[in-house]
Design a protein around this ligand. Sequence first.
Ligand SMILES: C[S@@+](CC[C@H](N)C(=O)[O-])C[C@H]1O[C@@H](n2cnc3c(N)ncnc32)[C@H](O)[C@@H]1O
Length: 225
Amino acid sequence: MTSRDNALWLQCWRDQRTDFNQETVNQLLTRFWPGLDLAQGSRVFVPLCGKSRDMVWLAKQGHEVIGVELSPIAVRAFFRENRLQPARRRFGKFTLWQHGRLSILCGDYFSLTKEDLGQIDTVYDRAALTALPEDIRRRYVAHLSLIVPANANVFLLTTEDAEETETPGQAFGIAEEIKALYSVGFEIDLAHVESLFEVDPETPNQPPGRTEYKVYKLSARPEAE
Ligand SMILES: C[S@@+](CC[C@H](N)C(=O)[O-])C[C@H]1O[C@@H](n2cnc3c(N)ncnc32)[C@H](O)[C@@H]1O
């Protein structure tokens, strides 16, 4: 990630260009997460967490939730909107905001170390991998493998433009990219696909396109003996 990419994200939050925010907890999360059957107290890492309410839901399931987010505006808004009063302290290159089972490290994901994160059982990725430009996604996945234990699983939600991937000549859809990026370390289970016809707000006069909301469960392959 370049400092320019980071500057663009920080500016998005300053300008309130944050269409990616969900008003409510993600329905695919609440429907499919329980099937993971995670123990109470499991530690869940939420990379590029923004001010996602999904973290509150995860904490209510009994998990320890550790998010990382670049923008202090997002982190402040998260705690304020959820009426939580966090403690705040310096933590290496990050500022750690903490309340109960919710912790957010405010700073750059690419500066995180394994030691910063500690034990992680599962990663929850919604609009993190897919929010990044294509050339950075490989680095994102490579960095993830450095900072979370090899046996941590990934619960990944994506929003995919079905028409884009079905267009002849289109080299690589998100689904293929996920396979290319994750199949070395993980079994990939596409657990659910929901297709909706939606109008793109940027081209409101065009007919609706088909969007696919997908749930991927990535299970870490046992490490070679
Ligand atoms: C598309 S948003 C998704 C937020 C959240 N996952 C959600 O579901 O609402 C991506 C977020 O990643 C943050 N971000 C981008 N690059 C980052 C980086 N290098 N380190 C930490 N956060 C980053 C942005 O500020 C933004 O809040």
